[in-house]
Design a protein around this ligand. Structure first.
Ligand SMILES: Cc1cc2nc3c(=O)[nH]c(=O)nc-3n(C[C@H](O)[C@H](O)[C@H](O)COP(=O)(O)OP(=O)(O)OC[C@H]3O[C@@H](n4cnc5c(N)ncnc54)[C@H](O)[C@@H]3O)c2cc1C
Length: 292
């Protein structure tokens, strides 16, 4: 099922992002425990990353196919383009289609860690908009296409206005909806949605939410993806950084409050960055049921 078909039935969706593990043990845990438990929460859709933060690319399609077949949950493959040639993208998309995957999060992706200054060549798509144009040209409406949005602007963008201009371009090229980078201050999301609307974009902007499960991990994660950590997050979580149980409970409470406020102020659902963890997500989703 296409995610846009779910939008026709529901004002608000809740969805999960998972990532392909790096080890065989991680694969077993994800397939035999994590996905089973996450599926019991009946998400509207699940997405799987593709090479994010230097991670795995080879398992994304198999995992997405597995989620669809084993749990009958609509799923979305992330696909990033700058590290592939256009011919490689062509082959990957053929595989996506053969596997019956109908949803793609079309991304530029980041340069490889060992070549951070990589400049995409003539054989690569340089931006997600070029990938989207290719998909629409070759496949028309066969795929539902999501894109990434950045409430605090993409780290490479000179200004927020520049970013919104290219977000509009992505939508004009054929994107169906937007999932945001994580943020902890809801005002960033509200301001972003205002700018998105002012630019004439009418597609859903689904907030991406990361439940905090580690203070040090959070600082590291945010420094790589360019999301800011507000003072209130430091104040709440730094003093309990070594008390794992307390930190996780506080992280759940923080995420529940953040999501409740977003949903009651019109957000069209929540996309959870699960980091392949069940416990916090289960607790958060159960507390939010009546809002979604
Ligand atoms: C929800 C979400 C999921 C993600 N999943 C993954 C994943 O699975 N794998 C992964 O590797 N990364 C992932 N990322 C990270 C993402 O790939 C990086 O942030 C990457 O640097 C930008 O990708 P993009 O698709 O936004 O790029 P683009 O849309 O190409 O934008 C990148 C920059 O270029 C500018 N720009 C866009 N189009 C043009 C244009 N035509 N001309 C000039 N400038 C332009 C934009 O304003 C922005 O500054 C994800 C990010 C988000 C928010």
């Amino acid at each position: 099922m296409k995610i846009t078909d779910i939008f026709k039935q529901k004002d608000k969706t809740f969805s999960f992002e998972i990532f392909p593990p790096k080890t065989p043990e991680g694969d077993i845990k994800l397939i035999h425990e994590t996905l089973k438990e996450l599926s019991l929460l009946k998400p509207d859709f699940v997405s799987c990353t593709y090479g994010a933060a230097g991670g795995n690319k080879d398992k994304t399609l198999a995992l997405v196919e597995h989620i669809q077949k084993a749990y009958d949950i609509p799923s979305m493959a992330h696909l990033s383009c700058i590290t592939h040639t256009k011919d490689e993208i062509c082959e990957i998309v053929k595989k996506i289609k053969t596997k019956g995957i109908q949803n793609i999060l079309a991304l530029r992706g980041d340069p490889p860690r060992d070549n951070p200054d990589m400049i995409p060549g003539i054989d690569n798509y340089k931006h997600s908009s070029e990938l989207i144009s290719f998909l629409r040209k070759e496949y028309n409406d066969e795929f539902c296409l999501g894109v990434a949005g950045f409430p605090e602007k993409h780290p490479l963008s000179p200004t927020k206005e520049f970013d919104i201009k290219y977000l509009k371009h992505k939508v004009d090229c054929g994107a169906d909806f937007i999932i945001t980078q994580l943020f902890f201050d809801n005002e960033l999301y509200y301001d972003y949605v205002k700018s998105v609307k002012a630019a004439g974009i009418t597609k859903r902007v689904i907030p991406g939410i990361l439940p905090i499960t580690s203070y040090d991990g959070l600082i590291k994660f945010c420094s790589t993806c360019g999301a800011s950590v507000p003072d209130k997050v430091h104040e709440i979580f730094a003093p309990i950084r070594d008390d794992n149980e307390k930190l996780i409970q506080t992280g759940i409470e923080f995420a529940v409050n953040q999501c409740k406020e977003l949903l009651s102020n019109g957000a069209p659902g929540i996309h959870f960055y699960t980091l392949n963890k069940v416990y916090p997500i289960k607790n958060i989703v159960e507390k939010l049921r009546k809002f979604c």
